[in-house]
Design a protein around this ligand. Structure first.
Ligand SMILES: CC#C[C@H]1NC(N)=Nc2cc3[nH]c(NC)nc3cc21
Length: 371
C-alpha cells in the first residue's frame, strides 16, 4: 500500500476540475471529497454509522481541542483517535494553528511558538510546530496539518507577511519533526487575498516538499469572487500530482467553484452548525425551520433527497422538534445537510466522468447565486 500516492483518474477538458484517488493508512479517498467536521472527536449529533451511511469517506478532528480535552495521553490510552471516534476510515486532524488564533486568548506569539490561555479554563499552554506535529503523530490521524500562524482577516500587510513567513518556517520544522510515515503531513499556504504573497508562500512550501497542500485564510469574509480568484491563482503554484485542500470551505456554490479551480478536498462546519440551528440546505436555498410557515408543512426538506431525515420526517415535524427542543431535530437536519453536500460531490464526480462538468457547474452556480 503506497501511502500518499495520489492518482489523477479523470480531468475535465474545460476547467481544472479533476477526479483523484488518494491512498492513506486507513484506505483510499476518492476526490473531490467533502469532509464532515468532528472537532472534539464526534461529528456533533451524529453517530459514526450515520456519517458512514451518508457516504462520507473521511472526517476531521482537531488537535487543539483534543490537546485541551481529554489530552493526547488519554486519547492514546483509549486506543488512539480512530478507536475513540469509532471510525475505521481516514481521519484528518487540523494542527491547532487556526484554533489557537481564533478561540484562545493569545499571550505570546514568538518565532518559536505560541503561548495562550485555554478558552476552557484559562490554563496557560505553549504550542509550537514540533509539539503540534508530535501530538498529531500520537493521535494517529491519516492526514495531519502543519502548525501555522493564522493572521486575522483583514489585517495590515506587514502582519500578513510576517505570519506567512513564520508559517513557512514552521512548516519546515513540522516536516523535520514528523516521524510517522503512515501519516501524510500537508502544508498550509497562507497569504490572505494577496496574490503575490500566495505565490511566494506556495513556491516556498513546494520547495520544502509535502504530500499535499492546503490553502488557509479564505472564506473569512473576503467574498466569493476574492476566494475563487485567490484559489485559482494559488493552484497554479501547486503541483498537479498532489492533493489540494481548501480549508473551512464551504457552502454548495463554494464546493462547485473550488472543484472547477482544481481543489480536491474540502471541510466545513456549516452543514452541522446550520443543522443545529434549524437551517436546512435545499436546491431552492436554505430554509429556516423555526419559521411558523412550516408548522403544518407535510413535505420533506427536499423532494427526492432520499436521506434518512427526508425519508421519515416532514418539515412540520422538524419545526416541532426545534420548537420544543427535541435532540432529534439537530441530528436530522445535520444528516440532511451533510447528505446535501455529499450529493453535490457525487454529481461533481458523475459530471467529470461524463465530461459535462463545465456546463453543469455553470448552471448550478447560476442557480445557487440566485437563491
Ligand atoms: C490563515 C489560515 C489558516 C488555516 N490554518 C489551519 N491550521 N486551519 C485552518 C482551519 C480553517 N477553517 C476555516 N474556516 C473558514 N478557515 C481555516 C483556515 C485554517
Amino acid at each position: 500500500m503506497s501511502i500518499g500516492k495520489f492518482e489523477i483518474l479523470c480531468k475535465d477538458a474545460k476547467s481544472n476540475a479533476r477526479k483523484g484517488l488518494l491512498t492513506t493508512g486507513h484506505g483510499d479517498i476518492r476526490t473531490p471529497v467533502f469532509m464532515p467536521v468532528g472537532t472534539r472527536g464526534s461529528v456533533k449529533g451524529l453517530t459514526p454509522e450515520m456519517v458512514k451511511d451518508i457516504g462520507s469517506q473521511i472526517i476531521l478532528a482537531n488537535t487543539y481541542h483534543m490537546y485541551l480535552r481529554p489530552g493526547i495521553d488519554v486519547v492514546e490510552q483509549l486506543g488512539g483517535l480512530h478507536k475513540l471516534m469509532a471510525w475505521d476510515a481516514p481521519i484528518l486532524t487540523d494542527s491547532g494553528g487556526y484554533q489557537v488564533f481564533s478561540l484562545s486568548t493569545l499571550n505570546r506569539i514568538g518565532d518559536d511558538g505560541v503561548e495562550f490561555a485555554s478558552h476552557i479554563d484559562g490554563q496557560r499552554i505553549y504550542l509550537d510546530p514540533a509539539i503540534a506535529t508530535d501530538a498529531q503523530n500520537r493521535l494517529g490521524a491519516d492526514i495531519i496539518m502543519a502548525f501555522d500562524e493564522c493572521a486575522p482577516y483583514p489585517c495590515e500587510r506587514e502582519r500578513l507577511v510576517s505570519a506567512t513567513e513564520r508559517s513557512i518556517r514552521w512548516a519546515k520544522i513540522c516536516k523535520d519533526s514528523h516521524k510517522n510515515d503512515l501519516q501524510l503531513l500537508f502544508a498550509i499556504v497562507q497569504g490572505g487575498i494577496d496574490l503575490e504573497l500566495r505565490s511566494y508562500c506556495a513556491d516556498k512550501l513546494v520547495e520544502i516538499g509535502f504530500p499535499g497542500y492546503a490553502m488557509g485564510g479564505l472564506s473569512v469574509g473576503e467574498g466569493f469572487d476574492n476566494m475563487i480568484r485567490t484559489t485559482a491563482h494559488t493552484v497554479r503554484h501547486l503541483p498537479e500530482d498532489k492533493p489540494r485542500y481548501l480549508m473551512g470551505v464551504g457552502m454548495p456554490a463554494d464546493l462547485i467553484a473550488g472543484v472547477r479551480e482544481g481543489i480536491d478536498m474540502f471541510d466545513c462546519v456549516l452543514p452541522t452548525r446550520n443543522g443545529r440551528n434549524a437551517s436546512a440546505f435545499t436546491e431552492e436555498g436554505p430554509i429556516k425551520l423555526r419559521n411558523s410557515v412550516y408548522t403544518t408543512d407535510i413535505r420533506p426538506l427536499e423532494e427526492g433527497c432520499g436521506c434518512y431525515c427526508c425519508r421519515n420526517f416532514s418539515r412540520g415535524t422538524l419545526r416541532h422538534f426545534f420548537n420544543v427542543g427535541e435532540m432529534l431535530g439537530p441530528t436530522l437536519v445535520s444528516i440532511h445537510n451533510i447528505t446535501f453536500l455529499q450529493r453535490i460531490m457525487d454529481k461533481i464526480h458523475k459530471n467529470i466522468d461524463n465530461n459535462t462538468f463545465s456546463e453543469w457547474s455553470e448552471e448550478k452556480l447560476k442557480k445557487y447565486a440566485a437563491c
